[in-house]
Structures are given as C-alpha cells and as structure tokens.
Design a protein around this ligand. Structure first.
Ligand SMILES: Cc1ncc(COP(=O)(O)O)c(C=O)c1O
Length: 393
C-alpha cells in the first residue's frame, strides 16, 4: 500500500465503540473532536497483535525488558537523553500517571500550577487530589495579516509560553509546588523552544518546583521543529522533573492504553512508586506487543503520517485564511488546530458548528473560551468536506 493510501482509506468507525464517532449519531456531523485519528494502526502493529492472539494465552505479563530498553535507546539516540533503566517504568496512561503524581507529591498545603489553555484533564487534577490548581492564562498576542499567521515563526511569537505571568503567579502563590507542563502544547499546537524551556527550568529552580511534563505528542512535530525533553536541559532540572509520555498518539493506538514515566530522582521516584503500590497493574500483553512493534518497526508510518497531517494543515490554513471571523496560528506539532472564533460572537459555539456539520471541541473546556479545537487526523476527503463546511460559514 502506498504511503498516501495508508491515510486515505475510508473506514467506517460508527458502531465500533468509538467515543469520537458515537458522540454524533447523526451522519450529518463529521466528528473532529477527541484526539484519536481515523487511520488504521500500522500493519506491523496489527500483525503483532494477531500473533499474540494466535498464541492464545493471556497470562500475567512479565516486566517487558525489551520494550523498556527500546524506549531507553530511543531517548538516547533521538533526544540525546541518557537515563538508567531504573528511571523508566510503564503505566496504564499519561492521565492516570499525572493524577498519581499530584496525589503522591503534593502535601495538603501545596498546590499544582499550570498554564491555560491546556489539555482539559489537567484542569481536574487539583480537585482529583484535593489540592488547588493555580491557572495562569497565556495571552495570544494577535495582530498580523492572515499570511503572517502561517509564518513558521509566528506561532511561537503569537502564543508564547507566559513566563512573566507564571513568575507573577509563583510570587503570589508560594504554596505552588508542582508545575504541570504540556509540551508539545495541546490545544494550541506549540512546540516549546529551548529558550522557553530554559526559562521554565530557571523558574523551577528559583521557586523550588517539581515539573510533571506531559510529552505525549513529542513525535508528532512538523517542519523543522525539534522536541526538547525539559528534563534533559541540565542537572538541576533532571532532578526535579517527571516526564510522562507514550506511543499511543503517534501510532493511533490510544484505546489500547499504555504510557511510560521517566523519573531520574530516586526520592521522587520512590514517592511516585509507593503511591502506586497495589494500584498499578503495568501493561497488558497486547499493549506491550503493539507498543514495542510500533516503536521498533513503524518509523515509515510515522513519517507518512506527518506528511499527510501537514497536507491537511495546509488545506485547513488556506481555508481559514479566506473566512471572515475565524483565524488560527501555525500548528507546530500535534494534529490539533486551535481556531480563534472570538469575532463570531457565538452564544453556543458547539451547537453553531454542529448545525454546520462539524463536531469540534469547545475551547472553554481547555480554559480557552472563544476558541474551538479541530482534529486534523482524518482522510483527505474528510478534510476537504470539513473545509467546504467551514467555508460555508
Ligand atoms: C496532552 C495529552 N496528554 C495525555 C493524553 C491522553 O493520554 P492517555 O490516554 O495516555 O491518558 C492526551 C490525549 O489526547 C493528550 O493530548
């Protein structure tokens, strides 16, 4: 199958237990909300699961050393981050691991802090652990002509990580102890630069913060953007960072679950692990087979996916450029577009787009009212149809 066919086969996902597709029983609405993609996982992954099924015995999974080594070597080869195998553990998902971090590391009088808009489960993590979560809003700078907005440097300048506002919030809230970081940044599509990450690391040192860095979109980067693991910036930040990531977004296997946590500081690791005792089951044999195969054999698929997503992005941006009242900044990574719809002055934005055949995520859910998030992980034909519907607004 050629590369383009991998991402353009129409596959009916209705009545398959898909959260994304079951939300809209009406066939008139294209679901472009929750972050999974409409593509079959790589055939090598399907084969690995089939082989495992043919074996037919689903006993308890031993510690999957081959998978752990594969992850370790990937970080070392691609991100120049060299950590011991002891620092790496498998967990069921990024969100459960981050909730576990909050519960394990925050004492009663300490708070978590995050920058908004952000992936919405972050916003519940304070409450879930009976702690407060301080929210620091990022300020998109606006301005510029539509074509400026698609200049690769514009995204960074337009949606800078709000270092000064974060510093102010930390000064006002000395109880803030844990920074929940999202890089690449869902929902705004930013890939944080080295300078931004260094500024965050300097604040962490100054205010003695622990950082929990969700890097799940780290291998979905466009153009010449490069992922930098914040933990790997220097020795101080290495000792105060918990990195959580997974192969599930990249290879579209989110429903199978599975993620990993990297904690080099033995004290933090001990606290995290102690909290999980008796609660964490590790990964099941199918998840292990899928993750290992995806990481070991499916780079061609990932590269094809990036090409496909970039062509969907180009179509979306040329469409948005023509629409009065909607704008978006350049997406540097993730497969999510963050549409600024403030000028439309909508009372019920979700209903407005649904009435026009588009099921988008409501920006307010992420702490970004006046925005909608659009998932570009679909076939070209679906993207063309979605753009036609957007143009008709
Ligand atoms: C930034 C981010 N973190 C975490 C997740 C979900 O991770 P998991 O399914 O492993 O809990 C998503 C899914 O969309 C996400 O976008």
């Amino acid at each position: 199958m050629n590369k383009s066919a991998l991402f353009n086969e129409p596959i009916n996902r209705r009545n398959t237990g898909s959260d994304k597709w079951d939300k809209y029983p009406s066939e008139d609405i294209i679901p472009m909300w929750v972050a999974d993609m409409d593509f079959r996982a790589p055939r090598e992954v399907l084969q690995a699961i089939t082989d495992r099924n043919q074996h037919g015995i689903y006993g308890y999974q031993s510690k999957p050393l081959d998978l752990l080594r594969l992850i370790q070597v990937r970080y070392s080869a691609r991100y120049d981050w060299h950590f011991d195998l002891d620092s790496l553990s498998l967990v069921s998902g990024v969100v459960p691991a981050m909730n576990q971090v909050c519960r394990a590391l925050l004492s009663e009088d300490e708070s978590a802090i995050t920058v908004t808009p952000v992936y919405y489960p972050f916003l519940a993590m304070g409450q879930n652990s009976d702690r407060t979560l301080i929210q620091v809003p990022a300020q998109p700078l606006g301005g510029g002509t539509p074509s400026d907005r698609f200049d690769p440097t514009y995204a960074k300048n337009h949606y800078p990580y709000p270092i000064d506002a974060l510093r102010d919030a930390l000064e006002r809230n000395p109880q803030a102890r844990l920074l929940l970081l999202c890089n690449p940044w869902n929902p705004v599509g930013r890939v944080l630069s080295r300078a931004e990450l260094e500024a965050i690391a300097a604040l962490a040192r100054e205010f003695d913060l622990i950082i929990c860095s969700d890097e799940i979109h780290f291998e979905l980067l466009f153009d010449d953007n490069r992922h930098i693991c914040i933990a790997n910036l220097n020795e101080d930040i290495r000792q105060r960072t918990i990195t959580v990531s997974a192969a599930t977004k990249t290879f579209n296997i989110a429903g199978l679950g599975g993620a990993w946590v990297i904690i080099e500081n033995p004290d933090l690791r001990g606290k995290f692990e102690r909290f999980g005792l008796g609660l964490n089951q590790g990964n099941n044999p199918l998840t292990v087979a899928a993750t290992q195969t995806a990481l070991a054999e499916c780079e061609y698929w990932r590269l094809g996916l990036l090409e496909h997503l970039q062509s969907n992005r180009a179509l979306l941006r040329s469409t948005i450029e023509q629409i009065e009242g909607i704008s978006m900044n350049e997406i540097q990574g993730t497969y999510l577009a963050w549409l600024d719809i403030q000028a439309l002055n909508l009372v019920d934005p979700a209903a407005f787009f649904e009435a026009r055949g588009l099921g988008l995520s409501l920006g307010a859910q992420f702490g970004g009212p006046g925005y909608m998030r659009l998932n570009m992980g679909c076939t070209r034909a679906t993207m063309i149809e979605a753009c036609k519907r957007l143009s008709a607004i």
